[in-house]
Write a new protein. Structure first.
Length: 387
């Protein structure tokens, strides 16, 4: 069956693209491996930039999630065991917040509710994708049946699947040798809408406020480090884990009182070169997977979706998926994507080691950043809008 647009992957990035197309009456079909509503109870924390909030507002779904979002009004950046720190404040950059922490399920539910069901095939798991000079093709399984769709433009937005090699596209991967541990913790002191980015010799760690009331004591934790070290603390009992967390993070939020379920996953930098092929585009985590430091990856993916939607809307049907259209997309996304990759990789390489003298240099850099307002503005614009 021939379609105009097929979107493979109905997570937030694919759904943002689909919703933008739906609102402009552009025909599409979206394939989603999960069953309808299956992700709505997922409480994993997403870190949204302020720019991503504007995207959701434009699509009319921010009102549906705002009550469950925790604003980040201040970002406190420091290093463990050394001098130097800086604070980024939304009030100093004419923004209502620097970002937001939002449950994954709340966002997917709002997007699912906004999408028309007749455009979505749930429980449809893609098994193979092919690019071609005339059209692209996806093979998928749905309810025990094998099916195929062809389209003028195939958009792969499923970051969790390895669909094999696609002709003309190569994946480059850099293994950090680090794992990330994610969980939710309760601290002695309230979060006051402050997010903490704490650099340690073992790796960066982040505490994100996760409770709508500023007096909430709940934080989402992202703790990264060498795989052996992360697995060791992940396997401790709650008391031992909280003690190790306090030792690594310090006293800024007092003692840690409780921890919820802990999950670990390996960290890598993975990019596609290029991220397009004839009649095919790859966006979001499927195109680039970044280290979670500074929360760039997911927000870069949403900007991928918005840029591609604008190009699709302004491309004649006869030119859909052709080389000039895909070149425009690649050119428009190149600077933001490359900047996000270089930015996160630089932070990891600079702040995740304990070379002699480097701690002093890092401290001086953080101290200088606190005093140099243009550099702060650059950093806030990068995190908020990819600029």
């Amino acid at each position: 069956m021939r379609e105009l647009i097929v979107v493979v992957g109905g997570g937030p990035v694919g759904s943002v693209l689909a919703l933008a197309l739906q609102q402009q009456n552009v025909a599409f079909t979206m394939l989603e491996a999960r069953a309808k509503s299956a992700s709505h109870q997922d409480t994993r924390a997403l870190a949204l930039s302020y720019g991503s909030r504007l995207i959701l507002e434009k699509l009319g779904v921010w009102d549906a999630v705002q009550a469950k979002a925790t604003a980040i009004n201040t970002i406190h950046i420091s290093q463990r065991g050394g001098l130097g720190r800086t604070k980024l404040k939304a009030s100093e950059h004419n923004q209502p917040a620097l970002g937001y922490v939002l449950p994954y399920g709340a966002l997917t539910e709002a997007l699912d509710n906004a999408l028309e069901l007749n455009n979505i095939r749930y429980a449809a798991e893609a098994t193979e994708i092919k690019s071609g000079e005339v059209f692209a093709q996806v093979a998928f399984n749905q309810f025990g049946e094998s099916k195929t769709l062809t389209s003028a433009l195939m958009v792969v937005a499923d970051g969790g699947k390895n669909l094999g090699e696609i002709a003309g596209i190569q994946r480059e991967t850099k293994e950090y040798g680090h794992d990330a541990l994610v969980s939710k913790v309760r601290a002695e002191l309230p979060h006051n809408n402050i997010a903490y980015e704490r650099f340690t010799p073992q790796g960066p760690m982040a505490l994100l406020p996760n409770g709508q009331d500023k007096n909430s004591h709940d934080f989402s934790l992202v703790w990264t480090g060498l795989q052996a070290n992360i697995h060791k603390v992940a396997g401790m009992d709650d008391f031992g884990f909280l003690s190790q967390l306090h030792e690594a993070f310090g006293d800024r939020v007092g003692k840690f009182l409780s921890v919820e379920k802990r999950l670990c996953f390996p960290l890598k930098l993975s990019t596609l070169k290029p991220s397009t092929a004839p009649h095919l585009a790859v966006i979001g985590n499927a195109a680039q997977t970044m280290h979670p430091v500074a929360g760039q990856g997911f927000n870069v993916g949403l900007r991928d979706a918005c840029t591609l939607a604008d190009i699709i809307i302004n491309t004649p049907i006869s030119a859909m998926g052709a080389a000039p259209m895909l070149e425009r997309y690649s050119m428009q996304r190149q600077r933001d994507t490359r900047g996000g990759i270089l930015f996160t990789d630089l932070l990891v390489n600079t702040f995740s080691n304990d070379l002699i003298g480097l701690q002093t240099i890092r401290g001086a850099g953080l101290g200088a950043l606190e005093l140099f307002k243009p550099a702060k503005s650059f950093l806030v614009n990068k995190m908020s809008f990819g600029k």
